[in-house]
Design a binder for this molecule. Sequence first.
Ligand code: AP5
Length: 222
Amino acid sequence: MKKFSRLIVVLLGPPGAGKGTQSEMLHKEFGVPHLSTGDILRDSIKQGTKIGKEAQNYMHKGELVPDDIVFNLIESRVNEDDCANGAIFDGFPRNLSQAKNFLNLEYVKNADLVTSILVNISDADAVKRLSSRRYCPKCNKIFSLAVKPPKLENGTYICDNCGTELEIRDDDKIETIKNRLSVYHSFARPMLDLFDERAILRIVDGNQESTEVSKLIIKELS
Ligand code: AP5
């Protein structure tokens, strides 16, 4: 495996493509943090911060949170010490404006490898996966009732990592999933075109077991 002084990988794809799942794999493989704007925003909602209160209105409907909020969160997060050697970006950038701001960050310009990986799945598969997702509100670990059901204790699903009761995400209701997919299809294309023009876009087929998807991603980074 190549060694990088700063590795930046951006996981792209529709809701349910497996960005969070694959980001955790990359975090373990390369030892750089997994930065999920969705997780950061959900934590802000839980903590009842001003940003969380504003973001909740958008996330509840499956709409994008305003660019300036998300960009400020990312800009301050990448300046933390643990990001010095790189980061795995999950859910950011999400549209053309965020992508341009991302590429203009000194943090990104100074990286020796910047790669974006589009994990493609069909909308029908996205709906199926998200309908059977559970997540841990404490450590953010993701589970699938369909692929590998989590531990069940007294009729409740439990996180095998920290023992917390698992939850269904507020935006994993069918109507909200459909809107999230529609938002993705409305905003992603110009961003993907920009990454393609910059020759930093790779595409992998996400319609297979997650270990197979991981192998394809690692291959693209080798
Ligand atoms: P975010 O949290 O980023 O959600 P998302 O992009 O909709 O993606 P998901 O987390 O739903 O799916 P995923 O691709 O990570 O799949 P996962 O690995 O979990 O964003 C939520 C909201 O926050 C947005 O709608 C927006 O409001 C706001 N937001 C966030 N970032 C923003 C930004 N930059 N700008 C503006 N607003 C922003 O997998 C899904 C399920 O499938 C799991 O159960 C998993 O176990 C299972 N699974 C994974 N891989 C496989 C496989 N290969 N086969 C079968 N099952 C699999």
